[in-house]
Design a protein around this ligand. Structure first.
Ligand SMILES: Nc1ncnc2c1ncn2[C@@H]1O[C@H](COP(=O)(O)OP(=O)(O)OP(=O)(O)O)[C@@H](O)[C@H]1O
Ligand SMILES: [Mg+2]
Length: 378
């Protein structure tokens, strides 16, 4: 029996995401009418990813997590977790399914105060009958060793500090060795040093193959994850905008997304043509594009392949507003981009001089690279 096993993908296919939300809407009924808490959420998370979800209070973060854990149901749309259609499970099957597939960690730990730390950790194993009775205590102790609390096993949770209680809650989340850990503000009630150690523990678990999704208010902590999804008024803001333009504030990222058009290209189709007039900046959000450069007396060459979060059109924006290269969607699959008109980009950059400066430097660097790849002396 291994303590933390490397999960097999329940979808049976390594390329399928372990979490897949498709066009999820959630309305809450309120006295003032229906409140649209989640608006057309599409989110795919692959096995082994460490993802943070950030956004202002009331933006819909907990509502989104509740869709994934099955604590609540979408009004419409589909939620697949580790190969199971969560939106279709009935209450009876849900609790057991959750017990085996997900570890959930809350802001206020939610340990049972009247039983010992180790009993708290054994509870999910008892509930799901996942390990033989005689192994459960040993496993719980091992999990407590993992979170460095073995000497507190037989104390009541209230005898522990907040940070220690949260580590117990994480050990409990791992009781049934689930492939996924979902944590809603797990460090919201902890000082920054303790918060740091919780994230360090998460990183170790991710290194062992777990998939972790964590909601946080702390953008510093979010940076320690591999990927950040920003939610605003119930909508997911495209994460690749902040990847491409990391110096924008959350509000500016939101504004950029608002003024961007989503465009899709079939595999192999042309997106930009060298020499054409340029009036739009692009951020790749799905698939791969190929940058094609003509070389004197030689055949054209695919000089670069750019994936999600990479940009196109920054050189022409700062220089002579003509395309510096041709770009096409790779043959391997469709490409999605966000298109931002230069006028809108200009407005955005006038609010964020630091981003203008960063983008300008990037444009200069790409220009130099462009010249080098063509084999023309600079
Ligand atoms: N059961 C409910 N009934 C009505 N409205 C609700 C319900 N639960 C949440 N809401 C509303 O839905 C919106 C999203 O709530 P949610 O709890 O998901 O936000 P959050 O991003 O987690 O906020 P916080 O950072 O404060 O935890 C809020 O405006 C909230 O008031
Ligand atoms: Mg919340």
């Amino acid at each position: 029996m291994s303590l933390i096993s490397k999960p097999a993908n329940g979808t049976g296919n390594d390329r399928d995401p372990i979490i897949d939300l498709q066009d999820v809407h959630k309305y809450y009924k309120t006295a003032a009418g229906d409140f649209h808490a989640l608006n057309s959420i599409d989110l795919q998370i692959n096995s082994g990813e460490f993802v943070s979800i950030i956004g202002k209070s009331g933006s819909g973060k907990s509502t989104l997590l509740n869709m994934i854990t099955g604590i609540d149901r979408p009004t419409s749309g589909e939620v697949y977790v580790n190969g199971t259609a969560v939106h279709g499970l009935n209450e009876n099957r849900m609790a057991r399914w959750r017990g085996k597939n997900l570890g959930v960690v809350f802001q206020f730990f939610q340990l049972l105060p009247t039983i010992s730390v180790i009993e708290n950790i054994m509870l999910p194993m008892d509930f799901c009958h996942t390990y033989p009775m005689r192994q459960r205590e040993k496993r719980a102790l091992k999990l407590l060793e993992l979170v460095e609390l073995a000497e507190h096993a037989y104390k009541l949770p209230t005898a522990l500090s907040g940070g220690q209680q949260q580590r117990v809650a994480i050990a409990r989340a791992l009781a049934n060795d689930p492939p996924l850990v979902i944590a809603d503000e797990p460090t919201g009630n902890l000082d920054s040093k303790t918060a740091d150690s919780v994230f360090e523990l998460f990183r170790n678990l991710v290194a062992q193959g777990k998939t972790i999704i964590v909601v946080t208010h702390d953008s510093g902590l979010a940076k320690r994850t591999n990927r950040t999804a920003l939610i605003s008024d119930g909508e997911i803001v495209n994460e690749y905008v902040s990847k491409a333009l990391p110096t924008l504030t959350q509000d500016e990222v939101w504004e950029a997304t608002r003024c961007a058009k989503r465009l899709s290209f079939e595999p192999g189709t042309m997106i930009l043509t060298e020499g054409a007039n340029a009036d739009t900046f692009y951020i790749v959000t799905k698939g791969t594009v190929e940058v094609i450069l003509p070389r004197p007396n030689q055949s054209d060459v695919v000089a670069l392949q750019l994936g999600p979060g990479k940009m196109l059109g920054e050189m022409a924006f700062f220089h002579d507003r003509r395309r510096k290269a041709s770009v096409r969607a790779s043959e391997r699959g469709p490409v999605d981009v966000l298109a931002i008109a230069y006028d809108d980009l200009d407005k955005l950059l006038s609010q964020s001089e630091v981003t203008r400066e960063a983008l300008h430097q990037m444009a200069d660097k790409h220009e130099a690279e462009n010249i080098r790849l063509r084999g023309v002396p600079a």
